[in-house]
Design a protein around this ligand. Structure first.
Ligand SMILES: *Cc1c(COP(=O)(O)O)cnc(C)c1O
Length: 407
């Protein structure tokens, strides 16, 4: 879709437009008009849109794609190409950017986990590819070792292959758990500090016993270095979401890692359909969108972006702090969702509203706003998913609602 600015520019570059008499519009103007946004689909459907002061949450549709990404998607939508060829070519470029032997665009971090493990289980054996997720009697391995603190809901991506999770806590337990059925040792970066074994030791244990290691860093850029840090460290495969901080398509992510694993993982993906990954389809549009989003993310001025997040959060903080009874602090989650995060708390004796009630009031306001938290007497705010200037609206609205309920 053309931006309004571009549309106006295009129209104004057609000098004959006003001077035509009865000859119909020149082709270029017709095209420009045809491209004009005609329908407000959210409005037509009655779907609420809102300012996102909460973060990159799937139920809030993740992130907003920048124009460059949308342009790549539109560009890709207008030609045919071979699905495998575009995955090959984009995969090579991505692998260079993230220091991995190979890479493939998946439909998210979750499918990256399923496909990476599937590739390890089957290798290039097409019969085995067809057999998944039914492992019994196939000779394929059946177990994935994972620290208890890392065994979260998303491990369903691993059990989708037919494997089961073997939870462990210590290095000794890892060594005891390893056997001829062990397919993989999986690590979850965002909970790294909750486990007893850190990244390097995990990789070393895997290498010692010749077991592949994987890591889920779905929500864990910034810092941008995390894109290559774990490939450099020697994890066999790494998965990340495309539609969180990188602002690629929400239906995309990356599987990066060893060449043999990525090649085998590809057998489980479309265009092939005799596999568990057929439903995890990404097409050329997401592939190109993801590629451009990754490139853009790596090349962006990270200090400048960080400063804009700090400034935005500081504006909200300074505005709401003026309300008597409000206390604020800013923290940066160290491992994932690494962005300045403002906690706004208040004295319930001075301000008669709960966090949930404040969330609801902001949701019902105009414009609608979604914030995080919603504790007994606190909420949280991030600005990284806002459009420029929205922090002013959010600051004003939170202050208004809190000022209304002063005891
Ligand atoms: C978001 C998330 C996922 C799922 O990622 P998708 O890209 O939505 O598939 C997996 N693991 C963690 C830790 C996440 O935060």
């Amino acid at each position: 879709m053309l931006s309004r600015r571009k549309l106006i520019k295009r129209l104004s570059s057609v000098p004959v437009l006003g001077g035509l008499v009865g000859g119909g519009l020149p082709l270029v103007a017709t095209e420009a008009l045809a491209a004009a946004p005609k329908r407000d689909l959210f409005k037509e459907l009655g779907v609420r849109t809102f300012i996102n002061a909460a973060g990159t949450l799937t139920y809030m549709t993740g992130s907003l794609m920048p124009d460059e990404v949308l342009e790549a998607i539109n560009y890709g939508a207008k030609e045919f190409c071979l699905l495998d060829e575009i995955q090959d070519k984009v995969g090579e470029k991505i692998a260079q950017m993230v220091h991995s032997e190979a890479a493939v665009v998946t439909s998210g971090a979750f499918s990256g986990m399923t496909l990476g493990l599937a590739g390890i289980l089957t290798g290039m054996d097409l019969k085995k590819v067809e057999q998944l997720p039914h492992l019994a009697g196939t000779g394929m391995k059946t177990e994935v070792i994972c620290q208890k603190a890392h065994d979260i809901v998303y491990n369903h991506a691993l059990t989708n292959t037919g494997c089961k999770i073997i939870p462990v806590e210590t290095a000794e337990e890892v060594e005891k758990a390893i056997n001829e059925r062990t397919a993989l040792m999986h690590f979850l970066h965002i909970e790294a500090d909750k486990g007893k074994i850190m990244h390097e030791e995990w990789v070393a244990l895997g290498k010692k016993h010749n077991i592949p290691t994987s890591i889920d860093i779905a929500a864990d850029v910034p810092p941008v270095e995390n894109l290559w840090r774990f490939n450099d460290m020697g994890f066999s495969f790494v998965v990340i979401s495309g539609g969180k901080a990188m602002r690629g398509p929400q239906s995309a992510g990356l599987l990066m890692g060893k060449k043999d694993i990525i090649s085998a993982a590809r057998l489980h993906m479309p265009p092939r359909g005799f596999n568990i990954g057929r439903g995890m389809k990404v097409n050329k549009e997401e592939i190109l969108g993801m590629y451009v989003a990754l490139e853009r993310f790596i090349n962006q001025d990270h200090d400048k972006v960080w400063k804009s997040w700090e400034d935005g959060v500081a504006h909200v903080e300074n505005t709401v702090k003026a309300v008597n009874g409000v206390e604020t602090n800013v923290h940066v989650p160290p491992l994932g969702n690494h962005t300045p995060t403002l906690r706004i708390a208040w004295d319930p004796a001075k301000l008669r509203i709960t966090g949930k009630e404040l969330q609801e009031a902001l949701r019902k306001g105009d414009p609608s706003i979604e914030v995080g938290g919603g504790g007994p007497s606190n909420i949280s705010v991030t600005v990284w998913m806002m459009k420029p200037g929205q922090e002013k609206i959010v600051a004003k609205r939170i202050k208004e609602e809190l000022s209304k309920v002063a005891a």
